[in-house]
Design a protein around this ligand. Structure first.
Ligand SMILES: NC(=O)c1ccc[n+]([C@@H]2O[C@H](COP(=O)([O-])OP(=O)(O)OC[C@H]3O[C@@H](n4cnc5c(N)ncnc54)[C@H](OP(=O)(O)O)[C@@H]3O)[C@@H](O)[C@H]2O)c1
Length: 261
């Protein structure tokens, strides 16, 4: 009987950073599940890497539920690493952009995390791909004060993110203290979520770890051709989150070191 390989799942992995994270995890000896919302492109990417594929649209709760059921069947022992990487950076700024961006980048991460939480094994690690673009000082002082990481609940954070979308839709986001960036706001939410989850899961007997990471500015479809970093360097920065010390209350890393937000 062959030894069980540690199991890793990566979202939004048919291209860009997610694909390279799968490659690096494979090279580190993980059994890798590459997921993507487009089954054809996902399957092809997985075949090229020699890893496994499962479909996942992080915008669709039913898709997350199907993935979880499939994972239980695939390896009843559960997951060792989850990299919540799927994200969008859309052009322009209007109600639709705000809604889609927050739904994919913030609620998409939350859906995946809540779905996989029961499947996590002892010492499992969750890495949420955020961005240094998501700086809290983009928010008004009043909004920043509501992001109290010691007391804020997950539901309150979700209501906070939804408030941004509602305020953009109502044409009052400026007066309400929000920035004119859906992407930046969504990533503030992702980094805050990592802090809240780390706090809430501190007493979990499985000794779980959760961290948000920034890959830096990377030459992908999202980052564009003028970005500073190769996809290899960006993916290594994401996987630097796997080495973040578990007892450190700071939960946002770039290149394996604290990043500010
Ligand atoms: N590139 C940078 O400079 C940079 C900097 C900071 C943070 N990041 C973050 O790094 C992550 C990866 O970015 P990237 O540069 O690799 O971007 P990318 O090349 O545009 O890839 C994004 C990936 O997310 C997937 N995706 C989008 N919506 C999805 C959904 N609803 N369900 C499942 N998958 C979905 C895309 O799938 P499709 O192919 O189907 O669209 C694609 O595979 C993102 O979270 C991004 O915000 C990137």
């Amino acid at each position: 009987m062959t030894a069980r390989l540690p199991l890793a799942l990566v979202t939004g992995a048919n291209r860009g950073l997610g694909l390279e994270v799968c490659r690096q995890l494979r090279d580190r000896g993980y059994r890798v599940i590459l997921t993507a919302r487009d089954p054809e492109r996902g399957r092809e990417a997985a075949r090229d890497l020699g890893v496994e594929f499962l479909p996942l649209d992080v915008g669709d709760s039913a898709s997350v539920a199907r993935l979880v059921a499939e994972l239980r069947r695939l390896d009843p022992e559960g997951l060792d690493v989850v990299v919540a990487n799927a994200g969008v950076a859309l052009d322009g700024f209007d109600a639709q952009v705000a809604a889609t961006t927050v739904d994919t980048n913030y609620f998409g991460v939350l859906r995946v995390v809540e779905g996989v939480l029961p499947l996590l094994r002892q010492d499992a690690r969750l890495v949420l791909v955020s961005s240094g673009v998501g700086q809290r000082d983009l928010l008004s002082a009043d909004l920043r004060a509501r992001l109290d990481l010691d007391t804020l609940t997950r539901d309150e954070l979700s209501a906070f993110m939804q408030q941004f979308v509602d305020d953009v839709q109502a044409g009052r986001h400026r007066e309400a203290g929000w920035p004119g960036t859906a992407y930046g706001t969504s990533k503030i939410g992702v980094t805050a979520l990592a802090h809240l989850l780390a706090r809430d899961l501190a007493g979990d007997p499985r000794h779980l770890d959760i961290v948000a990471v920034c890959p830096g500015w990377v030459r992908t479809a999202m980052g564009g051709p003028n970005a500073e970093r190769t996809v290899e360097v960006g993916a290594a920065s994401i996987l630097g989150g796997l080495e973040a010390p578990r007892d450190d209350p700071h939960r946002f890393y770039r290149d394996g070191a604290h990043a500010s937000w």
